[in-house]
Design a protein around this ligand. Structure first.
Ligand SMILES: NC(=O)c1ccc[n+]([C@@H]2O[C@H](COP(=O)([O-])OP(=O)(O)OC[C@H]3O[C@@H](n4cnc5c(N)ncnc54)[C@H](O)[C@@H]3O)[C@@H](O)[C@H]2O)c1
Length: 261
């Protein structure tokens, strides 16, 4: 597993904007990018956790609702004004509320809310980040999608799945459109991640956990630090020829038919 105390320093002097910075994958990534030397701008709608992340990383907190165009523009402007560049955008904030369920049960309000936070936000963040990156002739955008954009689940969260499929298609198209201007855009597809929410859910219902774990060749869920390590790779010049991909960090889940006993 990744030890952030012993990482390389590939991002010294780069400016990274991370949305959903206060928790889970975002927080682990804030820590990793800072450990690699980046100036990290932490965006979250939750002020307390976002601020705490920024303090830990010795970075900047900008309270941002990623569904609000003006707030998103102000976020990237604050990054540029404070540190002089926008080199990395990790557009990661997302929700999966219980009202988003089977298509038979999910109402239009829940559908729209999830599309706004998971997909429209990525459109807004890319739209705000790309002009800075074009001026620099350089930049790496990583948009968080999910393995559910690549596989079907009988335990549906229909708007979530559709939103993440949108993130894949949008990231691919942007990666192709801006490739000759030095900008790379990749979608990150994590498998299930070992977060407090998931732990709580599965502690209550072991069968629910077993039903999912059986599909993962690795036999366990990802740790947030393992996803953060992939983001750091995609953010760095080590991935200079990796563009417009669905970058899977899923322990082999989407490649599996029969898993080891
Ligand atoms: N956890 C998993 O198993 C998993 C798997 C695949 C993909 N993902 C995706 O990874 C991303 C991060 O997931 P996580 O598990 O770390 O989630 P999390 O709930 O731990 O963190 C999400 C963060 O986003 C913030 N946020 C929510 N709405 C926001 C808004 N409107 N504006 C700004 N910030 C907002 C929250 O306050 C929170 O800090 C999401 O896009 C999620 O869909 C998660």
């Amino acid at each position: 597993m990744t030890d952030t105390t012993a990482v390389c320093r590939r991002l010294v002097g780069r400016t990274a904007v991370v949305t959903g910075a206060g928790s889970g994958i975002g927080l682990a990534t804030v820590r990793r990018l800072a450990a690699e030397g980046a100036h990290v701008v932490c965006a979250d709608v939750d002020e307390a956790s976002g601020k705490a992340a920024a303090e830990e990383a010795d970075g900047l907190f900008v309270r941002t609702d990623v569904t609000d165009a003006e707030q998103v523009e102000a976020l990237f402007k604050a990054a540029f004004d404070t540190y002089g560049s926008v080199d990395i955008a990790f557009n990661n904030a997302g929700i999966s509320p219980p009202e988003d369920d089977s298509i038979l049960e999910t109402g239009l309000d829940a559908w729209r809310r999830v599309q706004e936070v998971n997909l429209t936000s990525v459109y807004l963040c890319c739209k705000a980040a790309i002009p800075y990156m074009r001026r620099q002739g350089k930049g790496s955008i990583i948009n968080t999608a999910s393995f559910v954009a690549r596989m079907g689940a009988a335990t549906s969260q229909i708007s979530y799945t559709a939103s993440k499929g949108g993130v894949l298609a949008m990231s691919r198209e942007l990666g192709v459109q801006f490739a000759r201007e030095g900008i790379r855009v990749n979608a990150l597809c994590p498998g299930p991640v070992n977060t407090p929410l998931l732990q709580e859910l599965f502690a209550k219902d072991p069968e629910r956990a077993a039903r999912r774990l059986v599909h993962i060749p690795a036999g366990r869920f990802a740790e947030p630090t393992e996803v953060a390590a992939a983001v750091a790779f995609l953010a760095s010049d080590d991935s200079s020829f990796v563009n417009a991909t669905d970058f899977l960090v899923d322990g082999g889940l989407t490649g599996a038919y029969v898993t080891p006993l």
